[in-house]
Design a protein. Sequence first.
Length: 230
Amino acid sequence: MAYAAGIERILASHVALMDAYDPRGRIDLVCDEWGTWWNVEKGTNPGFLFQQNTVRDALVAGLHFDIFHRHARRLTMANIAQTVNVLQAMILTDGESLVLTPTYHVFEMNKGHQDALQLGAHVLEVPSETVGDEDLPLLSLSASVKDETALVSLTHLSAHDDLDVRIDLRGRAATVVRARVLTAESASDFNDPSAPDRVAPVSLETRIEDGMLSVRLPAHSFATVELNLG
């Protein structure tokens, strides 16, 4: 996770250089390609790069999306390396069987951010974990609004601990339309033809009181909350 979070430093440094030499923003930044790359599954053709896709990979995807959103002023396109059967794919097939991976569900749960207006989202207090010489924040989030519907997405990286999160909605009356969470018993859990929905989004309990949205995030989870602002 710490290695994945390093993409923020890479993007920030590129954006700083582009702002210096192209202050009018005429040139866009593109990130191609991103995604995890693990050892291939035993018994498969090594050249095909077929690898299983776990909750861990879903969290990497959620973390990348949040980082991409923060740099959307310059970053106009970012492409996951593969989509079907190769590396961090969204779909895996085996003969006539087809499964949706945990990464697929993160893409689907994030789609409300597409063509939306980015909202400021700031984490004031969040636990962290020391990895090497750096502290890795264990919570990342994004927020956007489109047609009176806001979407908040949260990526919780802790491998072991649940996390209570309170979000100040600041000045707008809001009601929860839908809240979902993606996780499993282990961060190593995955979907296969025998258990295609072992890792799939389920309803998440939420509460809004005095303008504060409260959610409890399970360990190693990705969640989205859709809000009506009308």
